[in-house]
Design a protein around this ligand. Structure first.
Ligand code: PLP
Length: 442
């Protein structure tokens, strides 16, 4: 696989690099509509509605979103999808992943990366996480590479990059495709490079909780290699032979599609096409993405300053390595239950009593979900890709003992919301955190 041919993103907005404690909330939130729908969203939506829904004609919103997203990241190809899972399935299929292959994914993540691997007929090889960053442990990835490893999906969880340099070196050495899962990570930096431009392809989700949304669902893949991007496009849209990676290439030219001799399909594809309505909303959000991410960074800074001001030693803020920036899909602290003398559920209850809108514990790691415990992907476990005669590897199931790091922190994670769109709501959560700390610190 050729490396991402990116031009670089151009100027990085200071909102993305200013230390979080120094960001100006008034300035950032003045750019954000409280409902996440602004004039620009309405304008683009009206363009779509005015163009109407003829059989083929449209306002080319998908093409405009693809062009603008590629431009923002400084990469040549961006392929819109209707979710940030379809994106990864397309990227795996285009990389040739299928029965007999292994794909390395973290166990600690929303497991779409595991699901799409199984949906390709391949075997997910789950790896443990770094207990400080909660991201996939690259040393562990190295231990799990085999002759069957076809792809790695590093998930940049919560908005923080995985340690890409050693990961990419490993992948290059072994000829493995790297598909970034950046569903939760927008405009974060890794050693000065934008996350999303480092792997062979990068998948983003526009589902409603994410830093930007395209009306509640949607996604996009970016890639630098034209042949790979074309494969992704075809996997996304029924495998039509004539599709290309060019922005907006979602339709078949008229003279071809009308001719009786037209051979349509040369690849197996799904229909993960994004609608024009989704693309219109996505385009408007993309235009203010730096502010949307700036807001999440500002909110993280507010939580962090409360923890510091209150000299709270039992709530450990998220670790950000020096050469990275974080886009805080969520603000995840570790609760030191021993130091506080209070367990997680009681802490959460107090936070709500003090006016907080709740905080999330960690989701179960994939290996503890009933689906993976029972291996019942296709009815009986013997039909799992792990037992396909074409699979010659050793992974036949998942042993909780293989993931000690995840086990060490997962029940103590306190994930505070960063999705508030008004300063008033931010201050309410921040006040609740302060009151909760004071409640325990006296
Ligand atoms: C890390 C991660 N990967 C993938 C996905 C899947 O995205 P989508 O819901 O758009 O399919 C999500 C979000 O739900 C996610 O958080």
């Amino acid at each position: 696989m050729a490396a991402m041919h990116n031009r670089g993103p151009g100027m990085i907005n200071p909102l993305l690099t200013t230390p979080i404690g120094e960001l100006n909330g008034d300035e950032i939130f003045s750019h954000l509509p409280p409902t996440r729908v602004g004039d620009r969203d309405r304008d683009y939506m009206n363009e779509v509605l005015d163009a109407g829904f003829g059989n083929w004609e449209s306002a080319d919103m998908q093409g405009r979103l693809e062009e603008a997203f590629g431009e923002k990241f400084g990469v040549p190809y961006a392929i819109t999808h209707n979710s940030g899972s379809g994106t990864m399935l397309s990227a795996l299929l285009a990389a040739g992943v299928g029965p007999g292959d292994e794909v390395i994914v973290p166990t600690f993540t929303m497991p779409a990366s595991t699901f799409v691997t199984i949906q390709c007929g391949a075997v997910p090889v789950l790896v443990d996480s770094d207990p400080r960053t909660f991201n996939m442990d690259v040393a562990e990835v190295e231990r799990k590479i085999t002759e069957f490893t076809k792809a790695i999906i590093p998930v940049c969880l919560m908005g923080l990059a995985v340690d890409f340099d050693p990961l990419m070196a490993l992948a290059r050495r072994h000829g493995i495709t790297v598909i970034e899962d950046d569903a939760q990570c927008f405009m974060s930096l890794y050693k000065g490079r934008l996350v999303g431009t480092i792997g062979d392809a990068a998948s983003f989700s526009f589902q409603g909780s994410k830093q930007m949304t395209s009306g509640g669902d949607g996604g996009i893949v970016i890639a630098g290699d034209e042949a790979y991007a074309t494969g992704i496009r075809k996997a996304c849209i029924h495998g039509y032979r004539t599709l290309t990676a060019k922005p907006g290439s979602t339709l078949i030219p008229r003279d071809e599609r009308q001719d009786w001799s037209f051979e349509r399909f040369d690849k197996l594809g799904y229909n993960f096409r994004m609608s024009a309505v989704q693309a219109a909303l996505g385009l408007a959000q993309l235009e203010r993405l730096d502010y949307l991410v700036g807001a999440r960074r500002y909110i993280a800074g507010r939580y962090e300053s409360v923890i510091r001001e209150e000299k709270c030693e039992w709530l450990i803020p998220p670790h950000v390595p020096e050469d990275m920036t974080h886009s805080y899909y969520i603000y995840a602290c570790v609760l030191d239950e021993d130091a506080l003398g209070v367990e997680w559920r009681e802490f959460r209850r107090t936070y709500i009593e003090k006016g907080g809108d709740g905080l999330y514990g960690s989701a179960l790691p994939s290996h503890l979900e009933p689906l993976l415990r029972t291996m019942s992907f296709y009815g009986s476990p013997e039909r799992a890709p792990h037992f396909d005669p074409r699979y010659k590897g050793e992974v036949k199931g998942y042993d909780p003992a293989d993931y000690p790091n995840v086990e060490s922190f997962r029940k103590r994670l306190c994930q505070f919301k960063t999705s508030m769109q008004t300063l008033e709501k931010v201050e309410k959560e921040v006040a609740a955190l302060r009151a909760t700390i004071r409640h325990y610190n006296g």
